[in-house]
Design a protein around this ligand. Structure first.
Ligand code: ADP
Ligand code: MG
Length: 188
């Protein structure tokens, strides 16, 4: 099923000149870029992008706790407390420089994008993914420096989130409609 997703090259990806490689990795898999703009997010935009949603706070906190446990580190904070702390790091990270926001469309765009860009912690991401190939960052290194994991990109989690995120970053008239020359070959 054809769907759309939001991809953002975070400030570390822009500063490290990885925007081209990130775009190419998605285009090569058949995804079509239908919107793009460079923005330096202010606190308001960053806050609306990383909404303090209970489910997300819990999931971020739980992922962090399971990684602490793997390393034998004891945890006293609740998942939600960890989630709130990480959210603040994320807001600082997101407002620290320019980002490149894009919309990609294609078959299972949300799923394929997450597969190509890789899981959250670059240390664990497969080297065939953008996060695994271009970063080695880990939760403990980020924790020690009191910052978010620098994993180069943001991508929507699921179709519903993608719809909301696209509407936050782009007006309808900023999204283009066109056909890739290889679309018939891929989809028919
Ligand atoms: P993803 O970006 O893979 O969808 P999440 O939505 O769980 O990951 O988290 C959003 C972002 O928060 C991550 O991309 C990463 O930059 C940061 N982050 C998540 N967990 C941690 C953590 N334990 N420590 C530091 N930063 C984190
Ligand atoms: Mg996420």
């Amino acid at each position: 099923m054809i769907d759309r997703t939001l991809v953002i090259v975070k400030p570390d990806g822009v500063y490290r000149s990885l925007t081209g490689k990130i775009i190419t990795s998605l285009e090569d898999a058949g995804l079509k870029m239908i919107a793009a703009k460079m923005v330096s997010p202010d606190a308001d935009l960053a806050g609306r992008h990383y909404v303090a949603d209970e489910k997300w706070l819990q999931s971020v906190g739980e992922k962090a706790i399971s990684s602490y446990k793997e390393k034998g580190v004891s945890v006293t904070e609740s998942p939600r407390e960890i989630g709130m702390r990480i959210r603040q790091y994320l807001l600082d990270y997101f407002t620290s420089g320019p980002v490149l926001a894009m919309v990609f469309e294609g078959n299972e765009a949300v799923f394929i994008t997450r597969k190509i860009l890789g899981p959250t912690e670059p240390r664990k991401a497969d080297p065939s993914t953008i996060r695994g190939k271009y970063s080695s960052d880990s939760y403990d290194l980020a924790d020690m420096a009191k910052r978010a994991v620098k994993n180069l990109v943001h991508m929507s989690e699921d179709r519903d989130t993608a719809k909301n995120e696209i509407a936050l970053w782009f007006m309808e008239k900023e999204i283009s409609s066109y056909k890739r020359t290889d679309e018939d070959m891929m989809y028919r």
